[in-house]
Design a protein around this ligand. Structure first.
Ligand code: UDP
Ligand code: MG
Length: 341
């Protein structure tokens, strides 16, 4: 790689945050230290904070950071759009060089930056952190995550590396590729895998959240899993076909048995309990299949509306001094999106 090419000299740390006023003060100095490490490695590094419609002091804190350090850029979305939209907004602003994505809660250690940069210089395009331990996750989340990665690994045609979140460094061409994927339902882990190129993993110890609460409870994680499966596989649609085929075959076989019994032994037809069971069972299967189709149809509907993925309220590039006054925030964080689980 050419060391004088600006594409290879620039690095932007992208940090999406929603209501992280408790965690940011401890993370910010670590991010600044990471910028220094990047500079020591000969990189022109900057930090981009994306405020995803926070209602607490997050935006005020960010503005303070930007005033103190010219390397800090700010982007504020018009409301809470969810983590993947916020990340997309941030990555869209990285017009030159590579980008490194970190969580705002201190779970992704910025201290690993030199390792990521070293891999980038070796020629990798997608360098992702893979957690070795899940500190702060209960047994249920661990088991659920394990099951999820198994299912998505089987169903998705493109790889979704396990135990890997959004903590990663993307090369300029990986970023350019990602920018072309404008789908509304963004399962980022899948999108990263979809673009391909050379990827490598860096194992790391994932700490528990520095402060504040996770925005992803069990229900949201379940929805997130659905997002991943429906976004990257149409196999569930085929499930209905096979279920239907199997029940039809079974029904046919049973029908034969009933006819033979009636003809040979003059057996009276069995009563209604078995009939009820079959009707209810089939009703359930049909509703489930309909629901499945509905899932995909709903996604198709969302896509067809062609709405923008996010709207920007304030964009303040690094080195800028002025900014718009703080507007009144209205929404709380919701996570129709990517968790790092
Ligand atoms: N986040 C965001 N918008 C949201 C929800 C979350 O930007 O609507 C950010 C959040 O501030 C954090 C990251 O996404 O930086 C990961 O969120 P969290 O720590 O709650 O997820 P977990 O690590 O528990 O999966
Ligand atoms: Mg977290």
């Amino acid at each position: 790689m050419d060391a004088f090419d600006p594409e290879h000299r620039r690095l932007t740390l992208v940090v999406a945050a929603c209501n992280e006023a408790e965690a940011l003060p401890s993370l910010h100095p670590r991010l600044l230290a990471a910028l220094d490490m990047a500079a020591a490695a000969g990189l022109d590094a900057s930090l981009l904070y994306v405020d995803d419609g926070s209602r607490d002091a997050t935006w005020a804190l960010m503005q303070g950071y930007a005033r103190e350090d010219a390397r800090v850029a700010l982007l504020r979305l018009s409301r809470n759009f969810g983590k993947e939209a916020a990340l997309t907004a941030g990555l869209d602003q990285v017009r030159q060089g590579a980008a490194m994505i970190l969580d705002a809660d201190g779970q992704d250690p910025p201290e690993l930056l030199p390792q990521f940069v070293a891999k980038w210089r070796e020629g990798y395009d997608d360098i992702h952190g893979t957690r070795m331990a899940r500190a702060g996750d209960g047994l249920f989340k661990r088991v659920a995550a394990h099951g999820f990665y198994r299912v998505i690994g089987r169903l998705s045609k493109t790889p979704v590396p396990r135990d890997t979140g959004d903590f990663r460094l993307l090369s300029p061409r990986a970023l350019a590729a990602l920018r072309q994927l404008r789908e509304r339902h963004r399962f980022m882990k899948g999108l990263f895998g979809w673009i391909g190129f050379n990827s490598t993993a860096i194992p790391y110890q994932r700490d528990a959240r520095a402060a504040g609460r996770s925005k992803f409870n069990t229900w949201r994680l379940w929805n997130f899993a659905l997002e991943g499966i429906t976004g990257f596989s149409t196999a569930p649609l085929r499930l209905a076909t096979y279920l239907g085929l199997a029940t039809a075959l079974l029904a046919f076989a049973y029908g034969c048995v009933v006819i033979v019994q009636a003809l040979l032994w003059r057996n009276p037809v069995a009563g209604w309990p078995s009939l009820m069971v079959v009707i209810l069972f089939l009703g359930g299967v049909q509703l489930m299949a309909l629901g499945l189709i509905g899932e995909y149809l709903g996604r198709l509907y969302e896509e067809s509306k062609q709405r923008p993925l996010y709207l920007v309220d304030v964009w303040q590039p690094a080195n800028a001094l002025s900014s718009k006054p703080l507007p009144e925030p209205q929404e709380s964080c919701h996570a129709h999106g990517t968790s790092t689980a």
